[in-house]
Design a protein around this ligand. Structure first.
Ligand code: FES
Length: 72
């Protein structure tokens, strides 16, 4: 239980897409709500569409997608 709370807190604090100010909680929630590919996560959240064009964040989103698919 405490681990879940910590994880949720960290998800809110951790920025995945710095350019667009999008945290890990937003990315995870998009994935949970049905975004299953990088393109879908990008279009739902706007992550990866900032100034660096995803250079700093797309690999993190890919990891989160992979983690989700692995846990299924
Ligand atoms: S960090 Fe996501 S587009 Fe730059």
């Amino acid at each position: 239980m405490e681990n879940n709370v910590n994880e949720e807190l960290m998800d809110k604090l951790k920025k995945v897409c710095v350019c667009k100010n999008i945290n890990r909680a937003t990315i995870k929630s998009a994935i949970k709500s049905g975004a299953r590919t990088l393109e879908q996560v990008k279009s739902v959240t706007g992550a990866g569409t900032g100034a660096c064009k995803g250079r700093r964040c797309l690999h993190v989103i890919e990891d989160l997608l992979e983690e989700y698919h692995r846990s299924k």
